[in-house]
Design a protein around this ligand. Structure first.
Ligand code: C2E
Ligand code: MG
Ligand code: MG
Ligand code: MG
Length: 284
C-alpha cells in the first residue's frame, strides 16, 4: 500500500516535471520569437534627490509583453535569455529603446540601463554602445550603465579595461545591488565605477533598527569619500525616507517616490515647464 502511494507520488511528480519541461520549452521558443518581434517594453523608475525630492534620473526596467501570458517581469526571463544566448540581442534592444526615449526628454536627466555580465563579454560591446549613442543622439553623459558584482566572476583585468573604455566615452557605471555579494570592499578597490546602488535589503528596517541605519550610513560615507554617487534602493515608507535624510543619503529610488511607469506616463518630461515636488507630481 505504502508502495502504491509512493509510486503514485512519483508518477504525479514526473507528470509535473514533464509539464514544467513543456512550459519551459514553450517559453524558450516564445522568447526567441519575442526577441525577433521585439515584444519588450521599458518601464521607468524615478531616482530622486533625498533632500529636495527633485528628479535626478530614471532607471529603465524591462518587461516582456507576452501575447498570451501577459506581462512577464525580468526575474522570469532575463536569465533564460542568458542561457539561450539571446541576451546580447535583447540587451541591444533595451539599450536602443532606453536611449531613444531619454533623447526625447526636455530635461537632461540620466537614464540608467541594466546590463547582463554577459554583455560585457561580447567583443564589440563598447563599439555597440558608441553606435547606439550616435544613432539615438543621446549624449554619453546622460547614460549610466548598471552592472552587478557578478562581473567579478569574469576575467577581472578584462572587465576593468572595458569599464574604463566605457567611462572614457563619458558615460557612468553604477554598481547595482551593492552589498549583496561577498566582496564589497574588493569591489571598491578593484572595479572602476561611479555610482553605488545600495541593495534594498539594507533599507528594510532602517527606521526601527539603529544597526541597520549605521550600515547604510557607513556605505553613504564610504561612497561619498570615494567620490561616488550613492543611491539607496527600495525606499517604501516615509519613515525610511526620513531616516535616510538624517543619514545624509544623496539619492533614493523606491515605491515611496514612484513605481516604475510606462513611457507614456512621462509626459511631464516632454513639457518645458518643470515640477519640483516629486511625491506630489510624479507618483501617478
Ligand atoms: P534592479 O536593477 O536592482 O532593479 C530594481 C528592482 O527593484 C526593480 O524590479 C524595481 O521594480 C524594484 N523596486 C524598485 N523600488 C522598489 C521598492 O521600493 N520596493 C521593492 N520591493 N522593490 C522595488 P524589476 O523591474 O522586477 O527588476 C528586477 C531585476 O531585473 C533588476 O533589479 C535587474 O537586475 C533586472 N533587470 C531589470 N531590467 C533589466 C534589463 O533591462 N536588463 C537586464 N539585464 N536586467 C534587468
Ligand atoms: Mg538596476
Ligand atoms: Mg538593485
Ligand atoms: Mg538586481
Amino acid at each position: 500500500r505504502a508502495k502504491d502511494a509512493t509510486g503514485q507520488r512519483i508518477c504525479l511528480f514526473e507528470e509535473f516535471m514533464q509539464r514544467e519541461f513543456d512550459d519551459r520549452k514553450a517559453l524558450e521558443n516564445d522568447l526567441r520569437l519575442a526577441v525577433q518581434r521585439n515584444e519588450f517594453e521599458l518601464l521607468y523608475q524615478a531616482q530622486v534627490d533625498v533632500m529636495s525630492l527633485e528628479l535626478r534620473g530614471l532607471e529603465a526596467l524591462v518587461r516582456w509583453n507576452h501575447p498570451t501570458r501577459g506581462q512577464i517581469p525580468p526575474g522570469l526571463f532575463v536569465s533564460l535569455a542568458e542561457e539561450l544566448g539571446l541576451i546580447n540581442e535583447l540587451g541591444h534592444i533595451i539599450l536602443v529603446a532606453a536611449c531613444t526615449e531619454a533623447a526625447t526628454w526636455m530635461r537632461p536627466l540620466k537614464i540608467a540601463v541594466n546590463l547582463s555580465p554577459l554583455q560585457l563579454q561580447a567583443p564589440d560591446f563598447v563599439q555597440s554602445v558608441v553606435d547606439v549613442l550616435k544613432t539615438t543622439g543621446l549624449p554619453a553623459e546622460r547614460l549610466e550603465l548598471e552592472i552587478t558584482e557578478t562581473v567579478l566572476l569574469d576575467n577581472r583585468e578584462r572587465v576593468v579595461k572595458i569599464l574604463n573604455e566605457l567611462r572614457a566615452l563619458g558615460l557612468t557605471i553604477a554598481m547595482d545591488d551593492f552589498g549583496t555579494g561577498y566582496s564589497s570592499l574588493a569591489i571598491l578597490r578593484d572595479i572602476p565605477f561611479d555610482t553605488i546602488k545600495l541593495d534594498k535589503s539594507f533599507v528594510r528596517d532602517i527606521a526601527e533598527n539603529p544597526q541597520a541605519a549605521s550600515l547604510v550610513k557607513l556605505v553613504v560615507d564610504v561612497g561619498t569619500s570615494l567620490n561616488k554617487t550613492v543611491i539607496i534602493e527600495g525606499v517604501e515608507t516615509r519613515a525610511q525616507h526620513e531616516r535616510i535624510r538624517q543619514l545624509g543619503g544623496p539619492l533614493s529610488q523606491g515605491f515611496l517616490f514612484a513605481r516604475p511607469v510606462r513611457a507614456s506616463k512621462l509626459g511631464f518630461l516632454h513639457q518645458a515647464e518643470q515640477h519640483a515636488d516629486l511625491i506630489d507630481d510624479f507618483s501617478h
